[in-house]
Write a protein that binds this ligand. Structure first.
Ligand SMILES: Nc1nc2c(ncn2[C@@H]2O[C@H](COP(=O)(O)OP(=O)(O)OP(=O)(O)O)[C@@H](O)[C@H]2O)c(=O)[nH]1
Length: 309
């Protein structure tokens, strides 16, 4: 009995002060515990207490270790490396193929990535500038060793779990790859009836993580050219933030946390509220000018113009 007790003492984990922040992996587990509809990804449950930079990275089918090349784009002849990450079945492969069909270059498989059975290399022209691009749709390396110029996190708008998965991936990336720019992509926008994630929800989420959100359909090739352009600009370092629009003079500047928070809150208010209020005010002024305020004071009983009530 005494031996058992001493064994317990030697193997028990060290006590953690309440004020000590939990490792990200544990935070994610806690998040799962309080979330009703977010299933935990089995690959993240591997028993380990090592820091995330060592082992605590997702290991689903897209994340198994491999000896594939992992050098930065500088050692890839200046090619911009774009990686697609996301839950299985969200359409990463379809998207990679669709992106490959979006430029006027001849598609070819890069010799190095061909050996890994993944990756498409081609040249694309964005903003009158040619760029060599390599797209990986099935990154098989440890996430902490990921070296790319932009990371596209893909979820399916018809699958809430895949949306939560991108949130988990964003946390892991921010932890291990804080400099890697991220673009959030909601795929399968063509499946309107089975949609589970609204554009507003995804947009708000993207704002909180300071990344661009794009919605598209890889099957219909709708929105994929916009994604390719945004990915190339981001990879080049031409900042494409959440508030970025084509030709925006503010492009390249980082938005302050305050204005991001404001826009996030604005996204939570029903969009029609402000519009309708302004429209009604405008209508009131218009009517006052043409018909006189006397008419407005008479409340209409007509069902055709409820705004007069
Ligand atoms: N309706 C619709 N279906 C899509 C779209 N994109 C992909 N799919 C379908 O979703 C399924 C999964 O697509 P994949 O491209 O294999 O998804 P993946 O993320 O690469 O999956 P894994 O290789 O398992 O990681 C396929 O049946 C595709 O045809 C889309 O935009 N709309």
């Amino acid at each position: 009995m005494a031996d058992q007790y001493s064994m317990f003492l030697t193997t028990a984990p060290p006590l953690r002060r309440g004020s000590t922040p939990l490792p990200v992996k544990h935070q994610l587990r806690r998040e799962e515990a309080v979330s009703e509809d977010c299933d935990w990804i089995p690959g993240l449950e591997e028993p380990t207490t090592l820091p995330i930079s060592d082992t605590a990275v997702p290991r689903d089918e897209s994340f198994s270790q491999s000896a594939a090349a992992q050098s930065s784009y500088h050692s890839h002849g200046g090619a911009l490396r774009i990686v697609l990450l996301g839950q299985n079945g969200v359409g990463k492969s379809s998207l990679a193929l669709s992106l490959a069909g979006q430029s006027d270059r001849s598609l070819s498989i890069d010799s190095e990535t061909q050996a890994c059975g993944e990756g498409y290399e081609y040249t694309v022209t964005v903003d009158d500038e040619d760029s060599k691009v390599i797209i990986f749709d099935n990154w098989k390396q440890d996430l902490s060793t990921l070296q790319c110029d932009v990371c596209i996190l893909v979820f399916s708008v018809t699958d809430r779990r895949s949306f939560h998965r991108t949130a988990q991936l964003r946390l892991l990336l921010r932890e291990s790859q804080p400099q890697t720019p991220i673009i959030l992509v909601g795929n399968k926008s063509d499946l309107v009836r089975s949609r589970e994630i609204s554009s507003e929800e995804a947009q708000s989420s993207a704002m909180m993580f300071d990344c661009l959100y794009l919605e598209l359909s890889a099957s219909l090739e709708h929105g994929t050219s916009e994604l390719l352009e945004a990915a190339v600009r981001t990879a080049r370092g031409d900042c494409v933030g959440p508030g970025w629009t084509d030709g925006d003079p503010g492009a390249g500047r980082r938005e302050s946390l305050t204005s991001r928070a404001k826009r996030f809150l604005a996204g939570l208010v029903p969009r029609s509220y402000g519009r309708d209020r302004d429209r009604d005010r405008g209508r009131y002024r218009e009517m006052s000018r043409h018909r006189g305020s006397k008419i407005l004071r008479q409340k209409s009983r007509s069902c055709h113009d409820l705004s007069a009530l």
